[in-house]
Ligand binder design. Structure first.
Ligand code: DMJ
Length: 576
């Protein structure tokens, strides 16, 4: 009885009537309730704020970690290479504050490189290229480990040291050029000679220079023609230079005029002028009859040095001839010794202006091709290197001209970006046609992971500081991730409308596409454009001031202000 009375008295506190009769207790209860609610709410806010703070700190740690890796990568060549150079005067984007979004994006690009490289290591080690779908290697360039050599500098720049060391060991132990194989002089130069020289300039490791010399010596007899314009094919073991049957015996313009950077660099680094002489003689020969618009058709007769009736284009088979006129001038540090390259380039840019047309209704600027006097409303994605070239060359003009060329570069880059944006996969086709009232339509529908558009976006970002170019590059990267990444590497598309995949991971995807994307999200002091010049396969070569005059060059006035031997005597020829 007593127990039941005491339990009833405990329950009276939960009865509302109890409080209605006692207003003071009711007020106390209400105050207690408000206080508890405030404490709980405040705690939750604190937890949320704390979580936000932690996430910001994590981002900061990632950013600092990445910066540290970049610095380590730069310093691992201690005293040899200057990957992170002093802040470029020409570059307007800030290096000091590394944007956290840039950090995250370049980590994603680095992750793509790791994926591409480890797939190559696993399925195609030592072969030229990986076929990711069938998981095997193919020797599309004669079995020279093209992907491995092409990727060396990208690995180095991204700080992928272990991968770089494994590749270096393969080069030292297994890279053998004594192959009974008819190699393309152009492809072998830009990928293999260029890749090795770049690895040498970055790492200072002599093994790369020795190998570059070995392969260049095998290519050199290709220039032994009556005009000095090279044959485009040579057997790596036996020589026997010749041209491909399908050119009717002619040499191809781009194949003949895109070895200058690499062979000049080789002469500078070995002290042996023979490489430089051969390739500079080609430019001398072409300059003898250089037309007022500086545009050359894609076929040239190597016996007479004359032009054959054929297409004029900034796309396939013409492109990098124009690129190298500008870049040899930059490579020589824009001195009088190389000023004729700049002059020829400026002449060609007059010709380029004559090929510019705009679409309707959207007014996209594009570069026509030309045959005889007729313009063809067609542009290759390959010609999308031109916006980058124009931006890079613009600063050598007087201010008004410079503005004009930079603005044309920006217009053309917008067109090239739209080559990507206008397809269902957001990846560009191989070429485009332009019809009145319809802007652009895809011609050849494949995409083989080419780099030209992101290359131009990289230059435009570096030279204007406009972040739009980073956004465009990021969108293109995401389209590659979505359409081209498979478990065993990256593949091209047979058709950019359907997204049907091919079975090839091109070596230039690792050499160029991923490198330019990585640099697009890196501070401009990483491979500063004041200190490096990229060959046409995106291999950075150190700029070395040239004071030498090509012996017997006879360029323009035929007078030598200074001979190479004098420069060499004074220790200025072999400068690194
Ligand atoms: C590369 O091998 C080089 O960029 C070359 O100059 C043109 N084509 C490919 C990439 O598309």
């Amino acid at each position: 009885m007593a127990r039941s009375r005491s339990s009833a008295s405990r329950w009276r506190y939960v009865n509302p009537a109890y409080y209605l009769k006692r207003p003071k207790r009711l007020a106390l209860l209400l105050i207690l309730f408000v206080c508890v609610t405030l404490v709980v709410w405040d705690r939750q806010t604190l937890v949320r704020e704390h979580e936000e703070e932690v996430s910001k700190l994590n981002d900061e740690v990632t950013r600092l970690h990445s910066m540290l890796e970049d610095i380590k990568a730069a310093q691992s060549g201690a005293g040899k290479a200057n990957v992170i150079a002093k802040v470029s005067d020409a570059s307007r984007n800030s290096d000091v504050l590394d944007d956290p979004i840039d950090v995250q994006r370049r980590e994603k690009v680095k992750d793509a490189m790791i994926h591409a490289w480890s797939s190559y290591e696993k399925y195609a080690w030592g072969h030229d290229e990986l076929q990711p779908q069938s998981k095997n290697g193919v020797d599309s360039f004669g079995g020279l480990g093209a992907t491995l050599v092409d990727a060396l500098d990208t690995l180095y720049i991204m700080g992928l040291d272990e991968q770089f060391q494994r590749a270096r060991e393969w080069v030292a132990e297994s890279l053998d050029f004594n192959k009974n194989y008819d190699a393309s002089v152009f492809e072998t130069t830009i990928r293999v000679v260029g890749g090795l020289l770049s690895a040498y300039d970055l790492s200072g490791d002599k093994v790369f220079l020795e190998k570059a010399k070995d392969i260049a010596d095998r290519l050199l007899p290709a220039w032994d023609t009556p005009s000095g314009i090279p044959y485009n094919i040579i057997n790596l073991a036996h020589g026997n230079p010749h041209n491909p049957g399908w050119t009717g015996g002619d040499s191809i313009l781009a194949d003949s005029g895109t070895e200058q950077l690499e062979f000049i660099a080789l002469s500078q680094r070995t002290g042996d002028p023979k490489y430089q002489q051969k390739v500079e003689n080609v430019i001398l020969e072409l300059n003898k009859t250089f037309p007022p618009d500086g545009l050359l058709p894609i076929y040239i007769n190597p016996h007479r040095g004359t032009r054959s009736y054929s297409t004029i284009t900034f796309g396939a088979m013409g492109d990098s001839f124009y690129e190298y006129l500008l870049k040899v001038w930059i490579q020589g540090n824009k001195t009088t010794a190389v000023k004729h390259y700049r002059e020829m380039w400026e002449t060609s840019m007059k010709g380029l202006l004559s090929l510019v047309r705009r679409t309707t209704p959207s007014s996209f600027a594009y570069l026509c091709e030309k045959i005889g006097n007729s313009l063809i409303d067609k542009m290759d994605e390959l010609a999308c290197f031109a916006p980058g070239m124009l931006a890079l060359g613009s600063s050598g003009y007087a201010p008004d001209e410079a503005k004009r060329f930079l603005s044309l570069a920006e217009e053309l880059a917008w067109t090239c970006y739209n080559f990507y944006q206008s397809t269902p996969t957001k990846l560009a086709g191989e070429n485009y046609f332009f019809n009145s009232g319809q802007d652009m339509s895809v011609g050849t529908s494949w995409n083989i992971l080419r780099p030209e558009t992101v290359e131009s976006l990289f230059y435009l970002w570096r030279l204007t500081g406009n972040k739009t170019y980073q956004e465009w590059g990021w969108n293109i990267f995401q389209a590659f991730e979505k359409n081209s990444r498979i478990e065993t590497g990256y593949v091209g598309l047979k058709d950019v409308s359907t997204g049907i995949k091919d079975n090839m991971m091109q070596s230039f995807f690792l050499a160029e596409t991923l490198k330019y994307l990585y640099l697009l999200f890196s501070p401009s002091s990483v491979i500063s454009l004041d200190e490096w010049v990229f060959n046409t396969e995106a291999h950075p070569i150190k700029i070395i001031t040239r004071h030498d005059q090509v012996e017997n060059s006879g360029f323009f006035d035929g007078k030598h202000t200074e001979t190479r031997s004098r420069a060499r005597k004074e220790g200025r020829f072999h400068e690194n």
